[in-house]
Design a protein around this ligand. Structure first.
Ligand SMILES: NC(=O)c1ccc[n+]([C@@H]2O[C@H](COP(=O)([O-])OP(=O)(O)OC[C@H]3O[C@@H](n4cnc5c(N)ncnc54)[C@H](O)[C@@H]3O)[C@@H](O)[C@H]2O)c1
Length: 339
């Protein structure tokens, strides 16, 4: 009988703990052998909460450990590229949270190490694994709406992160809209040629003082002619607003917000519904499970992850192009960022 895949998880923060819980209790054929966090108490707490036998402060000990077959990188973004390179050197397959880095040279070095080592790499663009976004994708593939003409993505958080986070996040285009850039490429199955960004500070002046914006729209032109928009806000007072729509020659396909309470109350003056799910941990929880299942299948057998190096790189190019477009007040071709 084939034994379980043993993984090591680097970073025991919000997303690290979620993946550990799924790996330990919701997925079959896998066990978490070790966890690390530079803040050792966090690693120890995750180990004790989720019955992980080994806990380290130094992530290299996890990467190089003989009991670890594959590495799940959930530490802060500025550590991802180095940990991918170290994992490649150790011959371990990698699941890495988005993004690999905010700098293209760093991403390229990490991807080169992956290629040379021949390891498998999956990137945590989880929204592709959301059941309803995936149904939109399936309808597009089946031709239900014929040739797509317009893509619209609305993606708004319930409330802004702490200012300390904003300062090191890379800004709204690289931190938040990066997921939507991935969704745009996933649905249209083509690359964006050029984009134009407009944005402002409308939610919290402190975000502006930290050098970022909190409200942004990007319009995109794909190489195949499809045009699209993404709009982001750091604060939707009614909850996590996640909607996708593709309009085309034979109709339209869209995926709407989910509500934890699906009851509708209708009275003489109002029809009442509950608010949408509050944030990504609730709204996308199953997508995190399904993406991990795909990674484990790739580690166990001959399949390749569907979200890999190029999918990590292009949204960063798009984010850098959006930053440049906003700064310079003009449309920017992606070739200007990465010829
Ligand atoms: N796919 C998604 O939807 C999604 C959601 C949230 C976060 N993320 C990504 O996951 C990563 C972590 O985000 P988070 O929200 O969990 O942040 P977090 O701050 O809650 O957790 C990060 C953890 O990494 C630890 N850490 C920092 N440097 C380390 C190192 N050198 N070795 C080991 N641990 C180290 C920190 O101490 C912290 O506990 C980020 O890259 C973020 O972009 C992705």
């Amino acid at each position: 009988m084939k034994s379980d895949i043993r993984v090591g998880v680097l970073g025991a923060g919000r997303i690290g703990r979620l993946h550990i819980e799924h790996l330990q209790y919701r997925l079959k054929g896998v066990e978490v052998a070790a966890v690390s966090d530079v803040y050792k108490e966090a690693a120890d707490k995750a180990a004790s909460d989720f019955q992980v036998p080994l806990s380290f402060q130094d992530s290299l000990e996890v990467i190089r450990h003989k009991d670890v077959d594959a590495v799940i990188i959930c530490s802060s973004t500025d550590t991802h590229a180095q940990f991918i390179e170290e994992s490649a050197r150790a011959g371990k397959h990698v699941f890495c949270e988005k993004p690999i880095a905010l700098d293209l040279a760093e991403i390229d070095r990490a991807l080169e190490a992956v290629d040379q080592a021949g390891i498998k790499l999956q990137i945590g663009f989880n929204r592709r694994f959301d059941a309803n976004h995936r149904r939109v994708w399936e309808h597009l593939r089946q031709g239900t709406i014929g040739k797509p003409h317009i893509l619209r993505i609305a993606s708004r958080d319930p409330s802004p992160p702490p200012i300390g986070y904003i300062k090191v996040s890379g800004g709204i285009f690289l931190d938040m809209m990066i997921h939507d850039f991935d969704m745009a490429r996933y649905l249209i199955e083509d690359e964006v040629e050029s984009l134009y960004a407009t944005a402002g500070v409308m939610v919290d002046p402190e975000i502006g003082k930290a050098g970022d914006v909190d409200t942004a729209i990007v319009t995109m032109k794909f190489k195949n002619g499809v045009i699209g928009t993404i709009d982001n806000s750091r604060q939707a007072v009614f909850g996590y607003d996640q909607r996708v729509e593709v309009f085309g020659e034979k109709g339209m396909v869209s995926s709407e917000n989910f509500r934890p309470n699906a009851v509708t109350v209708s009275g003489p003056e109002h029809v009442w519904q509950d608010l949408p799910f509050n944030f990504f941990m609730e709204r996308y929880v199953d997508s995190y499970l399904i993406e991990m299942q795909e990674f484990l299948q790739a580690v166990a057998g001959s399949t390749e992850p569907s979200v890999t190096g190029i999918d990590a790189r292009v949204p960063v190019v798009m984010g850098l192009a959006a930053k440049k477009s906003f700064k310079e007040g003009r449309p920017v071709s992606l070739d200007e960022i990465s010829p």
